[in-house]
Ligand binder design. Sequence first.
Ligand code: NAD
Length: 377
Amino acid sequence: MKLNRRIFNKQLLISAGGLTLVNSLPFNLQVKSEKKGLGIALVGLGSYSSGQLAPALQETSECHLAGIVTGTPAKEKQWAQQYDIPQKNIYNYQNFDDIKDNDDIDIVYVVLPNAMHAEFSIRAAKAGKHVICEKPMAMNVEECDAIIQACNDADVKLSVGYRLQSEPYTQEVKSMVREKTFGEVRYVQSDAAYISRGNPDQWRLNIDLSGGGALMNMGVYAIQSNIYGSGMNPISVTAQEYSTRPEYFKKTDETITAQFEFPNGATGNMMTSHNIRANRHYTSCDNGWFELQPANSYGPLKGRRSDGTLIEFPHRSQQALQMDDFARHIAQGTVNRAPGEMGKRDMIIVEAIYKSIRNGGTRVDLDLGNLGIVSEK
Ligand code: NAD
């Protein structure tokens, strides 16, 4: 594994954890040791960055909030004060590329409207920074390919903001599927939906900025859930769209259902909506079942099994777990739980779902092989 010297030094500080070593280092490195692990710059300081990611970065052990990139000058001062971010680590969308010269920043986390994911992920890779790109990875498969290519060319790591891949309830589902705790999987149901009543001009309802409605937003969770709930990529999909508030959802999908076929003959069903409240994962196997409800929210999640056992874990920030996982992947070569190929695979499925709907609900074959399936054992 290739580790650059700076990351190696930071890693030494994390893993040694001993005062003797830290005390023997120069002052500037000692300061850095308080800011643990790799430095992350958040790009886009909207509700997810301010409400979830920045607070989570106060709980991480392998990475810390080192910089920000914002198009809103008023946010610069506020964030600098709140999170002790030096002026030299603050960028706007124009001078963002200068981040290449900033050794405090190891990872750029793109938290912008979907239409901006590809541009900023590619610019980050070209600046030599590792990339976390929020979900959905991009507007289409072509953009996903361009992001993956840019990261490969720059020899940087890439991950998609799939926070659930790193949290223990989802890991337990993956483990029960892998271990065949209740036998072979026969059916998976996943629902990821909420009711949108906010500003009709928000970017999520603007097809040019979002690339789609519920499917591009919560739908990727439902797709993910069907895949980790079965342990397989689907071989076909058939989909339907429902619209009851066309005056509000003018150009973006309101509710979508889709059915999957899996290679072992199992079937799956998913529902996503901007006009229904639902948040559930259910896997039925030959000898029993397990479910999470809620399954997709920020937690605490909740789960149970057909044998009466409750699925319970202490609550921790999903985003902290996710970012620590990625930092560990970079610095220690551990598994990348949400690689770019996973985001691309989900976008192939999104495109197939829209295609099926356009064609009046016909079946669309998928040839995914094991694309995006991460072996965690
Ligand atoms: P938001 O609207 O709250 O924030 C968007 C940010 O982008 C704002 O800071 C805004 O100023 C900036 N921006 C720049 N150009 C813009 C433009 N042309 N139009 C609108 N905003 C613009 O959105 P958010 O909820 O923070 O979502 C950002 C990204 O994070 C999205 O891709 C979303 O899917 C993703 N997200 C992921 C999760 C998750 O659980 N993984 C949760 C929420 C959001």
